[in-house]
Write a protein that binds this ligand. Structure first.
Ligand code: SF4
Length: 61
């Protein structure tokens, strides 16, 4: 599984980066991107990031 951030929805609030810093980074456009797969170690943080995104921009595939 890997988190995917909808670049059109993301408002760049940084919550996902703060919640799951090993998975999400901000890109040069000020939007979040997932830079790592979801693993057993980061799964809870990724789920929290998905739940806490204010615009529901994060999904997993
Ligand atoms: S929490 Fe949502 S809106 Fe905020 S930076 Fe992450 S993907 Fe973008």
């Amino acid at each position: 599984m890997r988190a995917i951030v909808d670049q059109d929805l993301c408002v760049g609030c940084g919550t996902c980066v703060a919640t799951a810093p090993t998975v999400f980074e901000m890109n040069d456009d000020g939007k979040a991107v997932a830079v790592a797969d979801t693993t057993a170690e980061n799964r809870e943080d990724v789920q929290a990031a998905i739940a806490n995104c204010p615009v529901e921009a994060i999904r997993e595939e």
